[in-house]
Design a protein around this ligand. Structure first.
Ligand SMILES: Nc1ncnc2c1ncn2[C@@H]1O[C@H](COP(=O)(O)OP(=O)(O)OP(=O)(O)O)[C@@H](O)[C@H]1O
Ligand SMILES: [Mg+2]
Length: 455
């Protein structure tokens, strides 16, 4: 072997983990171990192993489900299944799903070693798909997904890698970080790009309407259903469907959604006929989805079904130089659109932008630049062309707080926060900007004060 091949072992019996590590490392492999299929998927995404050894029986996601996911992901990962004594039918099923071979427990080391040798000779460490990369660059040139910071490069690399698979992706990030743009880009880069892309906001409407929005209805299915209507799933057939704000969907509806995803068939409300589906489903949320699962707001089974891949969009304040590139991009865009001769932004204005916490992320930045492009008189945007919160905060009118000596730091913080919110007319986003924290931090603090229960 010219270099170490990476092996991932998925095995729920943690007592054997050290043995696996020792044995395989002894044979010159680099070893990762996962406790179940879910963890294995994460490690596959992260570490890109060359070979997978997977136990057939594992909690959360078993070997067969894991093989299915890998196949859906469209990646090449030679897999050896390790089965128990009586698991012959499952082992056969595993081979059908693309496993290269299977081994019975207890594993015979020399046998395994030979199997791995044969495999390693055939493992091609493929370069990332070049044509995909080229297409991403093209999409980028259309002025879409801009990003050079390490965090965004990672996002772009992931998009590139997963675009062509038909597996689901969960996209998370604060409001305005570009989740929808990422969803569209994935669709654009996939082999489905000539087929429909449909986005639906799961928080936008009452449950019954939502159900018909997703699955469609026949005429007379409910009061007001005066004609048949196809749902988003049908509309997105052969293409991509984005379920936006997935954690806001009613739990009962989530169960129905899961059934549709699993059966790959949809029945319109009030109808009998089942429409077969071939839809790639993406889901977005600006909340912590794992947390939503813990709180019972998002069904765990649905989450695992959707979360084959995860893309986490960093907030704008963590993207470093991306801000300047985005600004330049937006300046050009609006200059062209408004037919103005604006060519850039001066240093002072850019510094003011860079110092900002950007609770509204890229969308907010875009709006600020759009407004400045209209206001600006010259060829460059100056600080004065930016909204109030970018002018020095010290000359904002009014607003002093008197504090008694003996006030604790904690009380002081609370007082400052409460008064700043009052000062901002209850606008918490703006208050967070004054305080120099993210809206999320502000909400967390408020929640903590509430939790203390003394008021
Ligand atoms: N990396 C980026 N490069 C260029 N434009 C971007 C980028 N990210 C976001 N935008 C722009 O910012 C705006 C907001 O993006 P988008 O609607 O995708 O955010 P979102 O995360 O879906 O927001 P929300 O949570 O509010 O739904 C859009 O106009 C989008 O084009
Ligand atoms: Mg969105």
């Amino acid at each position: 072997m010219a270099h170490e091949n990476r092996i991932l072992v998925a095995e729920d019996d943690v007592q054997t983990h050290d043995d696996w590590r020792e044995t395989l490392a002894g044979w010159g492999y680099s070893v990762q171990v996962a406790r179940d299929g879910v963890e294995a998927l994460e490690l596959i995404n992260e570490k890109r192993p060359h070979i997978l050894l997977a136990d057939l029986r594992m909690p959360r996601k078993d070997g067969l489900e894991l093989l299915r996911d890998i196949r859906e992901m469209g990646i090449y990962l030679p897999t050896i299944i390790i089965s128990g004594q009586g698991d012959v039918p499952e082992a056969v099923e595993a081979i059908k799903l693309g496993a290269v071979d299977y081994l019975r427990k207890p594993v015979d080391p020399p046998h395994l070693r030979q199997m791995l040798r044969n495999l390693a000779e055939n493992v091609v460490i493929r370069d990332e798909n070049l044509s995909l990369r080229r297409r991403l660059a093209e999409v980028g040139e259309l002025g879409h997904l801009v990003g050079r910071s390490p965090a965004m490069r990672k996002v772009l690399a992931t998009i590139e890698r997963i675009a062509d698979a038909s597996a689901s992706v969960v996209i998370i990030g604060e409001s305005g970080t570009g989740k929808e743009l990422v969803a569209r880009t994935i669709h654009q880069l996939s082999s489905r790009r000539a087929n429909p892309y449909v986005g639906v906001n799961c928080a936008a409407m009452p449950e019954t309407l939502m159900e018909s929005e997703l699955f469609g209805h026949e005429r007379g299915a409910f009061t007001g259903a005066d004609r048949r209507r196809e749902g988003c799933f049908e509309a997105a057939n052969s293409g991509t469907l984005l379920l936006d704000e997935i954690t806001e969907m009613k739990v009962e509806l989530q169960a129905k959604l899961l059934r549709v995803l699993e059966e790959q068939r949809v029945r319109r409300l009030g109808g009998n006929a089942e429409v077969p589906l071939d839809v790639r489903v993406l889901a977005a949320s600006n909340r912590d989805v794992a947390q939503a699962v813990r709180e019972g707001k998002l069904r765990e089974d649905l989450y695992y079904r959707l979360n084959v891949f995860t893309i986490e969009l960093p907030p704008l304040r963590e993207r470093g130089d991306d801000l300047a590139v985005l600004v330049q991009n937006f300046v050009q865009h609006y200059a062209a659109r408004n037919n103005r001769g604006i060519v850039g932004i001066d240093d002072e204005a850019l510094s003011a932008l860079q110092a900002h916490p950007w609770p509204g992320n890229v969308r907010q930045l875009r709006n600020v630049i759009e407004r400045a492009s209209v206001i600006s008189q010259g060829r460059v945007i100056r600080r004065l062309d930016l909204p109030q919160e970018f002018q020095s905060i010290s000359n904002v009118e009014g607003g002093y707080i008197k504090l008694r000596i003996g006030t604790t730091l904690e009380e002081m913080e609370k007082e400052l926060i409460t008064r700043t919110i009052e000062f901002s007319d209850g606008n918490k986003t703006r208050a967070a900007q004054f305080l120099g924290v993210s809206t999320k931090t502000l909400y967390n603090k408020l929640e903590r004060y509430r939790g203390h229960g003394d008021n």
